[in-house]
Design a protein around this ligand. Structure first.
Ligand code: 5GP
Ligand code: ZN
Length: 116
């Protein structure tokens, strides 16, 4: 699918063109707090390169998907008290609203020291 990257909000965050509260990054991934958190911990982890959704990412750059999951797991380990969810809404009927692949790291319990 042809995508106008200039219209992609997460590409703009990766490029530093719009602000986000960054949590961590790796060579291939960037993590930042969700602007409308629905759990005490709600971080988005995105590939730095544009892919429409996690399925496209898995087929076109599997290493970047592993990198994304590893970065998200480290963040969950640092910020959540043991348990977390990693979810990928894929397609508008499943609730995807931003068509740049992203995982939601959510947890209902924070580590006391997480600083959030
Ligand atoms: P989706 O519904 O596509 O799975 O998730 C998109 C998420 O991106 C939503 O939870 C929404 O709150 C978040 N979001 C949308 N625009 C922005 C933004 O400009 N900055 C940040 N930090 N989060 C955003
Ligand atoms: Zn994008």
């Amino acid at each position: 699918m042809e995508v106008s990257l200039s219209d992609c909000v997460f590409c703009k965050i990766v490029a530093g063109q719009i602000p986000a509260k960054k949590v961590a990054e790796s060579e291939k991934s960037l993590a930042f707090f969700d602007v409308s958190p629905r759990q005490p911990l709600h971080v988005l982890v995105v590939p730095k390169n544009h892919h429409d959704n996690v399925a496209d990412l898995a087929f076109s750059d599997p290493e970047a998907l592993v990198d994304l999951i590893q970065l998200g797991s480290k963040i969950a380990n640092d910020h959540a008290a043991g348990s977390f969810r990693l979810t990928f809404n894929t397609g508008s009927d499943a609730g995807q609203t931003v068509f740049h692949a992203h995982g939601h790291i959510t947890s209902k319990s924070l580590k006391e020291t997480s600083g959030n």
